[in-house]
Design a protein around this ligand. Structure first.
Ligand code: PLP
Length: 352
């Protein structure tokens, strides 16, 4: 720490991303990346579209937003984009959270929500998950004050999903609260709230190309909601970085959207692999939550989650362990290819 660091930021606990190690080849099941790359065709179309980088990217991301609008059956002024959905989430904190409307989210959820609130010095409160790790939405309406509710649906790292209609009911019950649904994993078998944004001016959906569309390294996320909400996000975006999505990523996003059949097939393969991996883990005595994502959240009573994480790492397999008291027993395991999943199961069998 230098002597110049703002005293306001001195206590900041930054988000800790999953390891991206360079020391050896691991079977990487720790950051929920998609094991299947974008199509050669999409990569070629994007490279042809963007041959050089001397010009700024389109700050309006017109073609990309039009393609997203068409995909989700809304108009382009219902869509804004960001450098990963992480950036869109940060823009949402800046635009909507305030002392009058503090952020509210579960105690066990995506770790970035707390970090975005803290780095922007915005108030927040956590609501504990139930003992079975589910979200009980009644608790988000209890004190009748307006909030900005952040819900990852499906939730991370539990993988458990709520029905879209339950989230809509919360939004209807709290018309002065804004409900923001982070649907990073929705394509792996959960219900999207996007269609409900038509009726609800206090519902905003945020999605990403990182997981189901295999573009984690290109950084592309987006929000869908009524135009007034999107205009608020756009004004934050133009106040931070109107060129937040580079021209190559815009072109690749457009090309990958033309491959929706492939995206759907990849998701179906991952869902099938998830079922097999869950069955394999259960056969080894693990308890596994009902995941609607591309990862499993699993624990065994025979071994602490941190110990299992380390023993797998020693064998060249990375999973994610969170040092948080309610979930220390668990590991979050990305669903990989059949070969990767089999290697994981073999290693666990060996360890146990
Ligand atoms: C991966 C993830 C994100 C971030 O995705 P990017 O678009 O890569 O920034 C957001 N929310 C949740 C819950 C995630 O798991």
């Amino acid at each position: 720490m230098s002597r110049f660091l703002s005293s306001e930021q001195a206590s900041l606990k930054p988000y800790v991303p999953g390891e991206q190690p360079q020391d050896r080849q691991y079977i990487k099941l720790n950051t929920n990346e998609n094991p299947f790359p974008p199509s050669e065709e999409a990569l070629r179309r994007a490279a042809e579209q963007v041959r050089s980088f001397e010009l700024y990217s389109d700050p309006e991301a017109r073609v990309l937003r039009a393609a997203l609008a068409e995909r989700y059956q809304v108009s382009p002024d219902w869509v804004t984009v960001g450098n990963g959905s992480d950036e869109v989430l940060n823009m949402a904190f800046l635009a909507f959270v305030s002392p009058e409307r503090p952020a509210l989210f579960p105690d066990i959820t995506y770790g970035f929500y707390r970090v975005f609130a803290d780095v922007n010095r915005l108030p927040w409160r956590e609501i504990p998950l139930e003992d079975d790790l589910t979200v009980r939405l009644d608790r988000y309406a209890e004190d009748r004050k307006p909030h900005v509710v952040f819900l990852a649906n499906p939730n991370a790292p539990t993988g458990i999903a709520l029905p879209a209609e339950e989230i809509a009911r919360l939004a209807r019950r709290c018309p002065d609260s804004l409900v923001i649904v982070d649907e990073a994993y929705v394509d792996f078998g959960a219900e999207s709230c996007v269609p409900l944004t038509r009726q609800l001016d206090n519902l905003l959906v945020i999605q990403t190309f990182s997981k189901s569309r295999s573009m984690a390294g290109a950084r592309l996320g987006y929000a869908i909601g009524q135009p007034q909400l999107i205009a608020d996000l756009q004004s934050i975006r133009y106040s931070l970085n109107p060129y937040n999505v580079n021209s190559y990523t815009q072109a690749l996003g457009i090309a990958v959207l033309q491959d929706e059949a492939r995206t759907r097939r990849n998701c179906e393969t991952i869902i099938a692999n998830r079922g097999q991996l869950a069955a394999g883990l259960k056969a080894l005595g693990f308890a596994v939550t009902d995941s609607r994502t591309n990862f499993l959240f699993a624990r065994t009573l025979r071994m602490n989650g941190g110990v299992l994480y380390q023993m797998l790492k020693d064998r060249g397999i990375l999973v994610r362990h969170f040092n948080q008291s309610r979930i220390v027993q668990y590991n979050r395991i990305t669903v990989g290819t059949r070969e990767q999943n089999d290697a994981l199961l073999a290693a666990i069998r060996d360890i146990l």
